[in-house]
Design a protein around this ligand. Structure first.
Ligand code: ZN
Length: 681
């Protein structure tokens, strides 16, 4: 039987791919690539068609084989796959370092990047490559090159181990509650899910775990304070020495090692620290610029956040006789306060957000904005029966596809993300490889035969990921390196995703997807009004929470290596400036902060807020010209979505908005402008 990873097809054969296919396929492709690259370099003259095009082609073959492996590792993890993934990954990391440090390759790219009259996307691609050769240490001496390679290898292993520890700890802890009286306050959907989880393990009662869909309803709704505390303690100590199910997944030493290696890497390449290194490929230019940006947002929001927390404290004291709010009380009383102020609970909205309606509404919105049709596709292999496949059509023609994997389940990584399965590109035979995306969320699976009912927060997560998906799928770029999200600086990548979230917060768009799952009735106007009124509930507290993560990440990567600096100290110091809620002494949030220790957000978590300036400001053009203004939608499609990474985000934004980005819209949307300023803006 042929190895399914070695057959380069439009869509991977997910049903056939096994862990044992991974290493042989990667070995074969890497060996082929090394031979082919040498042949390419041996040509006496090198230009785009005889060099870059075949070079991109061979690396695309590798990407097409690796993408389903990395994806399966995230969504149907197993011991065998984990081992195969990890050994293949270290070979890949070595391969990429080798290419990045290959001087003949570098010289060729550099020379071609200086060619006159290059089309924009090729120019941008080659410039990015030249920059990345520098960031891979192409200019280093032999010994330092080797050290660079070892560091990169070490970083890749450490971040994989960090993620595995979080995943294993998350699944190692469970709480069985046999007495239903202990579950007062917890919504029916969450109870039913917990009951089903118990049944699946042949247990009586209700089984809770630390996956978000199980943790969230307990911490938000359970009247049982000690149950909340117990789950909070377990959740906040995952992968630390204090974790109740064991200390074997403790990430703390690993984090220190990661930070040491990152600093060494930055220094080796001539950067003062990892924050400087991180910005070399971002839209923001200096650490000072990032810190000023974050600190100005903090100045705008800390006082408001303090007031909000003070109000919450008084509310709990007055109505519930709680003298002092513990960390595991904040979400619970916030929800109570929200219900009192707006008479609206997240749960009450669920019946109006059945998954199928929400998808129809989302596709309808995309059609109105960009003229794109989305249709379900049958008979396509996937990795799980819950996964659906869809096609995107422009004037009847298939232009892209995506897999939708929405429900939380064991052995699936938490959170939500968009991944690339295939990247849009022009092949050497001039045919087009169409873009294909993975859209992954972790919603509550439907219980029994009931429809899956989402919260509004779920809806906004779905819109967010779909926004990334559109960036990937609507691109018109033909060079893979700058197609879709490729080549887009990290701090601009969240523009299309956060942008699309606006459409689940607008009175004209909500009726398009909010319909009662049984009656089909639209969301009653008074509920719609309440939903919108509650949008900026505790917006100060939400803002400082994001700023705490962003400042912690950025300051940690700026200060690491200076005497006396520890992870905990940096975190404590940042919290003392911007956090307004109580912090438990057992809090080990950093041990599961996967974004920066096993994702790509190191010295880059600020990107969410940075890009939100862009997304809010882009959306404000729709507020001015009409939420479904066809021309505005078309402009966003052509100036932003279709361009991918082929041009600097600043230039693309200005082409769409007609001016440089301004922070006013973000402040207004977050309720952080006074009335006067709001009128002026
Ligand atoms: Zn995102």
């Amino acid at each position: 039987m042929t190895n399914p990873l070695l057959v380069d097809v439009e869509l991977p054969s997910f049903e056939r791919i096994q862990a044992e296919h991974v290493e042989p396929a990667i070995d074969k492709i890497l060996a082929d690539n090394r031979t082919l690259i040498n042949e390419l370099l041996n040509q006496s003259t090198r230009h785009w068609d005889n060099f870059i095009a075949p070079y991109e082609e061979l690396n695309n073959r590798l990407d097409n084989a690796w993408s389903p492996v990395a994806h399966l590792h995230g969504v149907v993890n197993s011991e065998a796959l984990r081992q195969a993934y990890s050994s293949a990954q270290s070979k890949l990391s070595a391969y990429h370092t080798e290419l990045g440090q290959n001087e003949a390759l570098y010289q060729t790219f550099k020379q071609l990047s200086e060619t006159d009259a290059l089309p924009q996307e090729r120019k941008r691609y080659l410039d990015n490559c030249v920059r990345d050769f520098h960031l891979s240490g192409v200019h280093l001496s032999g010994e330092k090159k080797q050290r660079y390679a070892d560091i990169v290898q070490g970083l890749s292993e450490l971040s994989t181990r960090f993620g595995n520890n979080v995943l294993d700890a998350t699944h190692a802890w469970e709480k069985l509650v046999s007495d239903p009286d202990q579950l007062a306050g917890i919504p029916d959907t969450a109870r039913a899910a917990a009951k089903q989880a118990a049944q699946q393990k042949a247990l009586d009662g209700y089984l809770f775990n630390l996956e978000y869909p199980s943790f969230f309803p307990v911490i938000t709704y359970s009247d049982n304070r000690s149950l909340r505390e117990e789950m909070y303690r377990a959740y906040m100590t995952r992968a630390s020495e204090l974790f109740p199910a064991g200390a074997q997944w403790d990430n703390q030493n690993l984090v220190n090692e990661l930070l040491d290696l990152r600093l060494e890497l930055a220094n080796l390449l001539g950067y003062e620290n990892y924050a400087h290194y991180s910005l070399a490929s971002k839209m923001a230019s200096t650490p000072a610029e990032v810190l000023t940006f974050l600190n100005e947002l903090a100045e705008r929001s800390v006082a408001l956040a303090q007031d909000e927390f003070q109000y919450l404290t008084e509310f709990a004291r007055e109505h519930f006789q709680i003298d002092e709010l513990a960390p595991w009380d904040v979400a619970y009383f916030s929800e109570k306060l929200r219900q009192q102020q707006f008479d609206l609970s997240q749960e009450a909205l669920r019946p109006y957000f059945p998954l199928n309606r929400v998808l129809e509404g989302l596709f309808d919105i995309v059609h109105r904005l960009y003229g794109i049709d989305v249709k379900a596709l049958d008979a396509i292999e996937t990795w799980h029966p819950d996964v659906q496949v869809f096609g995107l059509y422009d004037q009847g023609q298939l232009i892209a596809q995506f897999y939708l994997d929405l429900y939380s389940r064991p052995h699936k990584k938490g959170g939500a993300w968009m991944g690339e399965c295939r990247v849009r590109r022009r092949r050497s035979d001039l045919s087009l490889q169409l873009p294909v995306a993975y859209l992954v969320c972790n919603f509550n699976a439907p219980v029994g035969d009931q429809a899956a009912l989402l919260t509004h927060r779920d809806v906004s997560t779905l819109f967010h990921e779909f926004g990334h998906g559109l960036h990937h799928m609507l691109t018109q770029v033909e060079c893979a390196g700058v197609s879709g999200i490729n080549g887009v600086p990290w701090d601009a990548v969240e523009l299309p995703s956060q942008f699309l979230e606006n459409w689940c917060w607008h009175p004209e768009t909500i009726p398009l997807f909010a319909r009662h799952y049984e009656t089909g009735a639209s969301l009653p106007p008074e509920m719609l009004e309440k939903l919108l009124a509650a949008k900026n509930f505790q917006s100060g507290m939400q803002m400082v929470r994001q700023l705490e993560f962003a400042l912690f990440d950025f300051e940690l990567h700026s200060a690491w290596g200076q005497s006396g600096v520890t992870v905990q100290k940096v975190l404590d110091e940042v919290r003392s400036r911007v956090s307004v809620i109580p912090v438990a002494d057992f809090n080990r949030f950093q041990c599961s902060f996967s974004h920066i220790f096993s994702g790509g957000y190191a010295a880059g978590y600020y990107s969410y807020k940075w890009a939100e300036v862009l997304s809010a400001d882009a959306f404000s053009r729709f507020e001015e010209e009409g939420i479904f203004n066809r021309q505005t939608g078309l402009d966003f499609r052509t100036h932003i979505l279709e361009q991918g990474g082929s041009q600097s985000p600043q230039v693309l934004f200005e082409a769409f908005r007609g001016r440089a980005p301004e922070v006013t819209a973000l402040l207004r949307h977050s309720g952080l402008l006074s009335n006067d300023e709001s009128k002026a803006g």
